[in-house]
Design a protein around this ligand. Structure first.
Ligand SMILES: *[C@@H]1O[C@H](CO)[C@@H](O)[C@H](O)[C@H]1NC(C)=O
Ligand SMILES: *[C@@H]1O[C@H](CO)[C@@H](O)[C@H](O)[C@H]1NC(C)=O
Ligand SMILES: *[C@@H]1O[C@H](CO)[C@@H](O)[C@H](O)[C@H]1NC(C)=O
Ligand SMILES: *[C@@H]1O[C@H](CO)[C@@H](O)[C@H](O)[C@H]1NC(C)=O
Length: 193
């Protein structure tokens, strides 16, 4: 006997039905942090599209060009006492190597996909002037693994020249999202259940 999940999977694969995503990454909030020596006029906000999806708009002006950008990505997950605890990922990524495709680390590829889809920093270094992202979101096609359900915080710290000191901090993004089962719409019965 096949389980219902297996039947659904077979229907999806064989009939190429567009199935509901099994989980969604719903953005809850986003904060942008600037550092006066490097960045100004930051504006970050999210817009809810529906129960399952929100998108981010981000804008920032660079005070000076960036030639050698690195990014520290830290992920936290809320525990049972409602505190964010470090969750598996704490990596430093050389963004210029990623964007010029000299580096193919998994997290780098996620960043590459996000920047290519949603932003104007889709070229190789250096960067100058106005940077922006429009209607950005994360979905299953970007994530290589399925994380456990819950509330997550991503701390993305952007640095110049890989020196993790306050002086080299260009700015940062704090991104809160909920990994959850999709909220199903009530659909009108067609008579065939
Ligand atoms: C920030 O915005 C102001 C007003 O639009 C502008 O004059 C200034 O040049 C901007 N800062 C940078 C670093 O571009
Ligand atoms: C980069 O993004 C801009 C603005 O979204 C777009 O016009 C351009 O075609 C993109 N370039 C590449 C190489 O993807
Ligand atoms: C994000 O990470 C940076 C560098 O590790 C740290 O200075 C900052 O306090 C963190 N921010 C939050 C909101 O966790
Ligand atoms: C650029 O950053 C890398 C680390 O990501 C560092 O090893 C290198 O020395 C830096 N290059 C320059 C020219 O500062």
């Amino acid at each position: 006997m096949l389980s219902i999940a297996e039947v659904v999977l077979i229907i999806c694969l064989s009939w190429k039905v567009v199935c509901e995503p099994s989980i969604v990454y719903k953005m809850k909030n986003i904060e942008c942090i600037t550092s006066p020596a490097y960045s100004a006029n930051a504006s970050c906000c999210i817009k809810a599209i529906n129960w399952n999806k929100a998108v981010a708009q981000m804008d920032v002006d660079l005070v000076r060009p960036l030639h050698n950008i690195s990014v520290r990505l830290q992920v936290f997950k809320k525990d049972y006492s409602n505190q964010f605890q470090p969750f598996l990922i704490d990596v430093n990524i050389n963004l210029c190597d990623i964007l010029s495709r000299r580096n193919f680390l998994p997290y780098g590829l996620i960043i590459l996909k996000i920047t290519q889809r949603f932003s104007n920093f889709n070229h190789s270094c250096p960067f100058a002037g106005h940077l922006m992202a429009r209607d950005a979101y994360i979905d299953e096609s970007i994530m290589p693994i399925t994380p456990p359900l819950g509330f997550y915080k991503m701390n993305i710290t952007i640095m110049e020249n890989y020196q993790n000191t306050a002086a080299a901090h260009v700015g940062g993004i704090i991104w809160y999202s909920q990994v959850m089962l999709p909220v199903k719409k009530k659909i009108k019965r067609t008579g065939r259940a």
